[in-house]
Write a protein that binds this ligand. Structure first.
Ligand SMILES: Nc1ncnc2c1ncn2[C@@H]1O[C@H](COP(=O)(O)OP(=O)(O)OP(=O)(O)O)[C@@H](O)[C@H]1O
Ligand SMILES: [Mg+2]
Length: 275
């Protein structure tokens, strides 16, 4: 990740970080944001939301609005000068009230491309877009429009997504991720060694190997499930020893259902059953 961030000046790239709920996409993106800040990049972030996916340009607005709103008027005008002015209405409260649906015309997409280019000309840019599967459609169109035009721009786009989650336009998202400037990585579950380290750290340095192995197996190495299981073990006061393993199964099932039901309830039943 730090190599990728270090290479941002060399031209535009998109890296999609893929994986199921709780595997660590957001955690990795948070790490990337702080690496980006340390490397002196301008870091902007947004995330798709299931509740806002019908809100046109919701993700794009989240991404740019906080910066535009805090810049001195002169700098804001510079960023929205020239062709970028085509996108300026998106960031005007009056225009938003008049046209809450927004539009995804070529003019707006082109304006947004220029806003991105103008920003990148000031400082190399790291754009972090989490939960892309819940992005509104016009924001996805902006990404698709930007990609073929960003070869020479110092812009690194990082996206987090659950590929299995049905989005506004799964085909468009798949096209974005398979662009020549894009690459995708799929996060793997924690290894048994990593899970053991985590349990030694969070639970007890004395946790027995067989107990740790069972925790890993019962959560399939999913960091979110493992974290919930650690809480359940602590609440229950369960000793981290081999004799506790049968009880662990019940705890894992219950712990899984608490936080995870929140995150998985929107997935189709087959995916929930797998979890
Ligand atoms: N490598 C890791 N080691 C330890 N804990 C981790 C690791 N990766 C993630 N976690 C923890 O696991 C939990 C779930 O991670 P995260 O929220 O990043 O998942 P996600 O892939 O973004 O899931 P979702 O698709 O639901 O958004 C968080 O509490 C996070 O801190
Ligand atoms: Mg996440």
């Amino acid at each position: 990740m730090s190599d990728l961030i270090g290479a941002t000046g060399g031209g535009g790239r998109l890296l999609a970080i893929e994986g199921p709920p709780g595997i660590g996409k957001t955690a990795l993106l948070a790490e990337a944001k702080s690496l980006g800040q340390q490397a002196g990049l301008q870091v902007l972030a947004a995330r798709g939301s299931e509740l806002e996916r019908s809100f046109s340009y919701g993700v794009v607005r989240q991404l740019f609005e906080p910066l535009l709103a805090t810049l001195p008027a002169e700098e804001r005008a510079e960023l929205l000068a020239g062709a970028a002015a085509l996108a300026a209405p998106l960031f005007e409260p009056a225009a938003l009230a008049a046209d809450p649906g927004g539009d995804s015309s070529l003019a707006t997409l082109h304006g947004l491309y220029w806003l991105t280019a103008n920003l990148a000309a000031r400082r190399p840019l790291l754009l972090v877009l989490d939960d892309l599967h819940w992005s509104d459609l016009p924001s996805l169109r902006w990404l698709a429009y930007l990609l073929p035009r960003m070869e020479g721009l110092p812009v690194l786009l990082l996206g987090g997504l659950r590929p299995e989650e049905p989005g506004e336009d799964a085909t468009l998202l798949a096209q974005i991720v398979s662009d020549p400037l894009a690459a995708a990585i799929r996060l793997a579950p924690l290894s048994v060694e990593a899970a053991t380290l985590l349990l030694h750290d969070r639970l007890s340095a004395e946790a027995e190997e067989s107990f740790c192995g069972a925790c890993h197996a019962d959560t399939a190495g999913n960091p979110l499930l493992l974290r919930e299981l650690v809480h359940a073990i602590a609440d229950e006061g369960l000793a981290p020893v081999e004799a506790s393993v049968p009880r662990l199964r019940e705890l894992a099932a219950r712990a899984g259902s608490r936080a995870v039901s929140l995150r998985l309830s929107r997935l189709p039943p087959a995916a929930t059953a797998l979890a």
